[in-house]
Design a protein around this ligand. Structure first.
Ligand code: GAL
Length: 437
């Protein structure tokens, strides 16, 4: 306090200066003030930095060169300077200082850049419907995300499949090496039809950031039986399952395999709601989605150009109501992390392992452990992100939904650990990619 006070008492001090020393002393005083200014400024920056974007600052950073920092700040926003860790569940600001708006998202890694695609939500409960489209962000380091705008826009034409106000959820994008196209798939519910349509939408682009062109929407695998079809499915379908069910757990009057929902939808195509994509090492891509009134998970191999189906698919976890399913491959095995079916409310996650994509799948239990594991830390799985440069290292990505104010949904990113064959997710208030070292 004393030195700060003294440094600003310039009038008193200058009384004693003779003409010869005047310039020199002024210089000294100003350099002393300058030093103090830097000190105060950097303390202020540090304090402010604790709260910037819900991220911690890089405490190892030396801010001795004021001029350099000052110039940097002119060119970059504060969070660009300082983000170096993940803080699950907190506001996560993009390069413009705006909370990232990419819910139910997934990540594409292409030529050294990560692209995060997700549902753009607006404020209030209206945000649970698609008023804008699919938002895309890019990043080199997974901490700092640049807003790249709307990759796929909803249509102003009310007769379009993707008319504003439809439900467009869980968009995912993969790159097709043969066609050179970026291919987006999403769960689509037609305008004004609630969750009845249960369709898949497809869009393509020449650039990862879009604009994507909507191709069509449809129900998968019309006229095709799954590789593990049972005898019952080929029998005539009874009238009691032709009526509509709410789609949720407990809605169906009996076990889905006795009701034969698969057979019911054989001609028109299978229902497809919560979804994901997975590209295997051999370039084959798979669409994973909740089907048969959400009761059963389907995994369908896509066509070589990724814009339709190959006709080869399997049905798994019958009567388990798996949602938010996300697939990844580790140590030569295929893993799934999924949720139960409880709408926007979180529940206990599930995990499963298989030697091949189309089974046989074996459940491994809730991968979340510790406090709040019964709600997957108040989140629902949306994607498993391979950290490209490292082997067998993955990030669990989940959504903490806020249906009453959809835009305020939060992102839960946590590292996946392995205990033997079993993936395990532990809560972390804050963590960085150094965790994987
Ligand atoms: C969840 C699903 C979300 C959304 C929501 C609507 O179970 O995972 O993507 O469809 O239901 O209630």
């Amino acid at each position: 306090m004393y030195s700060i006070h003294a440094s600003f008492s310039t009038t008193k001090l200058t009384h004693n200066l003779n003409a010869m020393n005047f310039k020199k002393s002024i210089r000294k005083i100003f350099s002393f003030q300058f030093f103090l200014f830097i000190l105060v400024f950097s303390v202020g920056l540090n304090v402010a930095g604790q709260e910037i974007n819900g991220f911690s600052i890089d405490k190892g950073k030396n801010k001795s060169d004021f001029q350099a920092e000052n110039n940097k700040e002119k060119n970059q926003s504060k969070n660009e300077l300082l983000l170096s860790s993940f803080r699950p569940g907190e506001i996560w600001k993009d390069n413009n200082g705006v909370h990232i708006n990419a819910h139910g998202g997934g990540i594409l890694f292409h030529k050294g850049t990560y692209y995060w695609f997700g549902e753009h939500k607006i404020e209030g409960s209206l945000g649970n419907t698609a008023q804008v489209g699919v938002h895309v962000y890019s990043s080199k380091d997974l901490y700092i995300w640049k807003d790249e705008g709307i990759a796929l826009k909803v249509s102003d034409d009310p007769t379009s499949d993707i008319a504003r106000g439809c439900i467009l959820e869980r968009p995912k994008v993969i790159f097709n090496k043969k066609t050179g196209k970026f291919v987006m798939w999403f769960h689509l519910e037609l305008l004004g039809q609630g969750y009845d349509a249960a369709r898949s939408g497809v869009a393509v682009s020449d650039s990862p950031t879009g604009p994507f062109t909507f191709l069509r929407s449809f129900r998968p695998n019309a006229g095709y039986w799954p590789v593990n079809v049972q005898e019952i499915h080929k029998r005539p379908v009874s009238d009691n399952i032709k009526s509509k069910y709410c789609g949720g757990k407990g809605c169906l009057p009996s076990h889905p395999d006795t009701l034969n929902i698969l057979g019911r939808d054989f001609k028109g195509g299978q229902m497809a709601r919560d979804m994901n994509l997975f590209v295997d090492d051999d370039g084959k891509a798979y669409h994973i989605y909740s089907s048969e009134e959400n009761s059963t998970l389907h995994i369908s191999q896509l066509s070589d150009d990724y814009i339709s189906y190959s006709g080869r698919y399997g049905r798994f976890f019958s009567n388990r109501y798996m949602e938010g399913a996300a697939m990844f491959k580790a140590k030569g095995k295929y893993y799934l992390i999924a949720s139960d079916c409880t709408g926007w409310a979180p529940n206990a996650a599930r995990s499963a392992v298989s030697e091949s994509v189309l089974g046989i799948w074996r459940e491994l239990g809730n991968p979340a452990v510790g406090a709040d594991s019964e709600t997957t830390f108040h989140s629902q799985s949306t994607y498993i992100l391979p950290v490209k440069e490292k082997r067998n290292q993955f990030i669990f990505m989940g959504d903490r939904w806020r249906p009453e104010n959809a835009i305020d949904g939060r992102y839960i990113w946590l590292p996946i650990e392995f205990e033997g064959d079993r993936p395990v997710i532990r809560w972390k208030q804050e963590w960085s990619l150094n965790f994987f070292k």
